[in-house]
Ligand binder design. Sequence first.
Ligand code: SF4
Ligand code: SF4
Length: 276
Amino acid sequence: MTNYGLVIDQERCIGCQACAVSCKQENNVPMGQFWNRVLTEGGDKIDTPSGGYPEDGGSGSLDMQYQPTACQHCENAPCVKVCPVNATYTRDDGIVEIDYDKCIGCRYCMAACPYNARVFNWDEPEHMPEEGTGDVAARPQGVVEKCTFCSHRVDEGLDPACVVNCPADARIFGDLDDESSTVSKYINEYETDQLLEDRGTNPKTHYISGEMSPGRPQTSDKLESELDDVSPWSDGTEDVPSEASGSDSSDSGGGHHSIEGDAVPHVPAVGSGGDD
Ligand code: SF4
Ligand code: SF4
């Protein structure tokens, strides 16, 4: 069964906030609210690294890391459990969603969410521009809202807006239950963390924060097709998922299966006019 998840590569993330802004625009997120935020690890402010310059008595070693954060689409979601009217629910494909017609604004889910992923419309929401770029209806006053993994796009076979608009290819979306998907390969190949693992929520967002491995592939279709050539998954001697050898691929020659293996293909960004 499909089980959507996200990998965020913090070694690639440059903190540009494109994911946050494109999410806001795509989903018609009200002014003053963000479903997707980019937190800074290191310095106190977004433009302040940790460490210090030698002339200021520091070692000269400066460091800055970013942690994009949104709804983690927890497998064991506390927000789903506490919702008294079943307005928050988990879809068959693992996406946690809100039925805004059912939401009574009790905000139990906000209290239950350990990731601070939800926002409440205290007032009549104000939008700028008036309509988002996605086909997503505005939510009314008095309801809670949050990231949907862009389910309206996923239902059309597209990646979430934050994924296609990330200029650093730091976000990878796909089916965690498909061993040949790129997200599964990343999780199998690299050390990944989930936020607040001790809470038992089993988030479906995984973070890579280790050293950049040489040859780590980008995720555009073009480079994705070269993934097997540059990674240890390719030679058939490592931990290559056995199904990945392409039973459903028409190209049986070289074991190139990565694009077909992704449940949701990468597509040009909304309104970007393409990659080139
Ligand atoms: S768009 Fe990509 S690089 Fe920019 S902040 Fe978001 S994850 Fe990081
Ligand atoms: S991150 Fe919060 S809102 Fe999202 S599924 Fe988990 S508990 Fe629910």
